[in-house]
Design a protein around this ligand. Structure first.
Ligand code: ATR
Length: 273
């Protein structure tokens, strides 16, 4: 049996040692005065359901879910918020009435909040998203609802097509294709691949990048600098990594659990250091 040893909130993933969620949530707890003991748990790849069941049977009240379990978490829940249902991906769980598990996805609102903070997004923006994995599923609905047009560029085109089929009813979304694209230049380019590699299959014509194009990397790990290096090579300074998104998605998870939205500004500064 998985022993949760008196912590009531946790992030579950594999690998998990890189996770900054325990630091963020201990800062939220301090800021709000809410006692919430938050740990990280490395889950064997075939044990997600067992670990989560044990956690909620013991002291577990709420959980964050990270790669590669967001899809499994979606199927684990008894109830879902609208945005989690649409994303078919869950990053936040909450035990309700000691009876059932509610699933939410705060990745999209986290990204949108950070893009707003950075002044990287406006209604009607054309956005290119590189990647079509689980991370993208969580952010498409909020970006489309905001009024942006989205193009997806991915190594495996069929995965990009699947996302377009899942989300076209919520706004303007298409697979990026150099020939079919009618846009003059992208307002924002987001890297959502786990491994950005500059090569033929993610080649973006320079003509679609302007001096006003913003670049956002949903990754934040120090060893993942390929996208930033590529942006700098393009001569563009409007770049941010995803540390703000991480803080905002955590704040919205905290809000689901405790009904208080913690401040994130100074936390982003701490995390950047
Ligand atoms: P996550 O849940 O974090 O999004 P994922 O579902 O494994 O992780 O998706 C990773 C994304 O990075 C996918 O878009 C993947 O492309 P494919 O759909 O072709 O697999 C992309 N990716 C991973 N490694 C890549 C590489 N070496 N080159 C280009 N794209 C890569």
């Amino acid at each position: 049996m998985f022993k949760c040893q008196n912590f009531n909130y946790a992030v579950f993933g594999n690998p998990i040692n890189h996770s900054k969620s325990p630091i963020i949530h201990s800062l939220f707890a301090k800021q709000t005065g809410i006692l919430h003991i938050y740990k990280s748990v490395n889950v064997p790849l075939d044990k997600f359901n067992v670990f989560l069941q044990d956690f909620f049977k013991q002291d577990g009240q709420g959980a964050n879910i990270t790669a590669p379990f967001k899809q499994e978490a979606y199927f684990f829940c008894d109830k879902l918020t609208k945005r989690a249902k649409i994303a078919q991906s869950v990053n936040t769980l909450k035990k309700i009435d000691n009876k059932y598990i509610l699933g939410d996805n705060t990745d999209g609102i986290g990204l949108l909040s950070d893009l707003t903070r950075l002044n990287f997004i406006k209604k009607n923006y054309s956005i290119l998203i590189i990647g079509a994995g689980g991370a993208v599923k969580g952010v498409l609905f909020p970006l489309l609802s905001f009024g942006c047009s989205i193009f997806i560029l991915n190594r495996t085109v069929s995965n990009a097509k699947k996302l377009v089929l899942q989300f076209y009813k919520y706004g303007n979304i298409d697979v990026f294709d150099e020939n079919s694209s009618k846009i003059k230049s992208f307002d924002l380019i987001i890297n959502a691949t786990s491994k950005f590699i500059e090569r033929k299959n993610n080649f973006i014509p320079v003509s679609l990048v302007s001096s006003k194009t913003c670049f956002y990397d949903m990754n934040y790990q120090k060893d993942k600098k390929m996208f930033m290096n590529w942006c700098l090579k393009m001569g563009n300074n409007l770049f941010s990594d995803g540390i703000g998104m991480l803080a905002f998605q955590a704040a919205h998870s905290f809000f689901l659990w405790h009904n208080i939205l913690p401040k994130t500004d100074y936390i982003i500064d701490i995390l950047k250091k």
